[in-house]
Each structure stands twice: as structure tokens, then as C-alpha cells.
Design a protein around this ligand. Sequence first.
Ligand code: SAH
Length: 220
Amino acid sequence: MEDDYYSRLRSNMVKHQIAARGVKDPRVLEAMSRVPRHLFVPESLAERAYDDSPLPIGEGQTISQPYMVAWMTELLEVGEEDRVLEIGTGSGYQAAILCELAAEVISIEKFPDLARQAGERLRSLGYGNLAIHVGDGTLGWPQQAPYDGIIVTAGAPSVPQPLLEQLADGGRLVIPVGPSGMQMLNLIRRSGGEYQASEEGTCVFVPLVGKLGWKRGRPA
Ligand code: SAH
């Protein structure tokens, strides 16, 4: 009964917020229709989980707006064999979407509590192709590089060099760049030693804080 209720909200979300705004990749739309977003927000906000907005998840952080997740995931062009790195695990929702699409997902979160909660949630939902690490994602995760896709879900002052270096040949990096009020979503594609960048549109994320991120409100 409850499942029916949420799956109806979820299919409306996919239709009216995501497909209607131009996300076309059928694999992305399917993943967004499968992952139970209401289990990724605080219980008191479950009713609002499928609203067209971000929601607070603790530690002053947010779960991204559904459309933003879908748009960024489409830009990442995740293939079934791909290994993907996410910076900013947060609730683990974006990580779950990536787990539906990729062979392997590695996600880095700076807040230990958020990392632990997201890990428990994703395990209980049966996602086995994922590892979450606590650390500073502005340095990437060199231990398992290179990655076919890297997605940053916080706003960076500039593109951290280690992330470029950790991209596989043909790999894609999706990263919001700019100050806290609004950022430009950058898509960077590596081919050999060359990087081709495009600006895809504006977005609003919490700041990426770290060695190559924001420090006390100032760029690194
Ligand atoms: N992808 C998340 C939303 C992320 S909100 C979701 O689906 O719910 C941004 C997250 O980035 C926050 O949890 C924040 O703590 C984290 N973050 C910020 N700077 C970071 C850094 N340098 N390394 C790792 N995580 C970082």
C-alpha cells in the first residue's frame, strides 16, 4: 500500500520533473524510477521526498533536487562496465542511482556520520557494488583510479587537478564550479592528454570544502 503510494509519487517525479525537462537517457529514467528516494531523507520529510527540490539531510547538507541528480547522471554517460567516483556521498541517493547504472561505485564523504548512515542505508537496500570512504574528495581517490566517470555533488572554487588526473582515457568529469550562490555545471571529457570542457548550465550546491576546495569561504 505504502509502496504503491511512493511508487506513484516516483513515477510522477520522473515524468513531470525529469523527462519533461529533457532528460532522455532511458537507463537514467529507469534508475530514477527504481530508487526509493523517500528512504534517503529524514523520516519526517519522507512525504516531501519526491518534491521538485533539495531537502536537508543533517550537518547543514542537502540531498540534491531529483532533476539535478538525473541531469548530472545523464551527462556522466555511465556505462554498465564503468567504474565511477562520486565526491560528496551525502544521503547516498546519487550513489544509489550510480549503483543501478555502473559496475562499481566509489563515493567519498567528509562527514563520518553521513558516510556511515549512507553506507547502512545502501547496504540495507542491497547495493553491493559500492564502497564509501571518509576523506577529502578534492584529492579524488587515487587508490582505485582511473575512473570512467567522476561526479562532484558540491560546488568547487575551481576544478581540482587530481580529479582530472584520475580520469580514464575517454572518461567524463561532471562538476559544479563557482561561488556558493550559484555555480556553472562543467562537463570535462578526457581523451589521452587532452581535456575538452563545456558549460552545461547553472546549478546551486553546498560548497565543496577541502584542500583544493573552499576554505572559510575563500577559494583555495
Ligand atoms: N550526493 C548527495 C548530495 C551531496 S550534498 C546525495 O545524493 O545526497 C554535498 C556533500 O558533499 C555533503 O554531504 C558534504 O559533506 C560533502 N562534501 C563537501 N566537501 C567535501 C569534500 N571535500 N570531500 C568529500 N565530501 C565533501
